[in-house]
Write a protein that binds this ligand. Sequence first.
Ligand code: HEC
Length: 211
Amino acid sequence: MALKQMIAAALSQAALAFVVLISIQACSKGTPDNKPAEAASQPAAKAPPEAAVTQLAIDASSFVCLEEMTKIRHFYVDNLLGDLDATIAVAESTEGGIYPPGSVVQLVPTEVMVKHPQGFNAATRDWEFFELDVSAEGSSIRNRGFVDVVNKFGGNCFGCHIKAEPQFDLICEQDHGCDPIPVTREMIADIQAADPRCIEEPEVTSAMNDE
Ligand code: HEC
């Protein structure tokens, strides 16, 4: 018995020494002891592939009048990274799916969900929530963020949308498991049609018209 214990103790000490040795090596390997400034001048080809993940810059100009987006059933989608077909494919599926990065989803002019590249925010599955102010002049961002964005009725976007069944990627519709909103689809259609950003302003259209 005593011999067994001694052997066990000796083994665990050896194991500990080994772990310490490995960590020291790992440390000295991972920390170049001089010229940190040189890291920046290393050729880009040496950067790991993860560093190439596209960052999504979103500002008020990212948002457009609903009529300029693509309507899927009763809601609107877009893609800020040019991958509109992939966004439409998920939106059209009644079985759900993971929206691709760049996806923009809207039901009403003032509330938006935008999908960041994978790994951006695990809690919200990379969705960022926006509350906009909209007028004939365009959009301005009133509120944006991840788990803590609250709409003007006091409702937390994430708190409702996370209740959607997992295969629907936080998209609620009427039957994905979210708490309902007190707004009928008819009322929503009226709100969509009244998007003030869609009103044509002669000087803006002539400046933006390429034809
Ligand atoms: C009380 C719960 C609740 C809150 C709070 C809430 N939503 Fe929703 N949201 C819903 C429901 C339910 C629908 C689907 C309604 C329908 O299809 O008729 C919806 C629809 C949407 C849609 C269209 C896609 C979808 O999920 O069906 C977007 C985009 C959206 N909400 C964004 C937001 C944003 C942004 C906020 C916060 C500023 C927010 N929501 C706050 C429950 C909520």
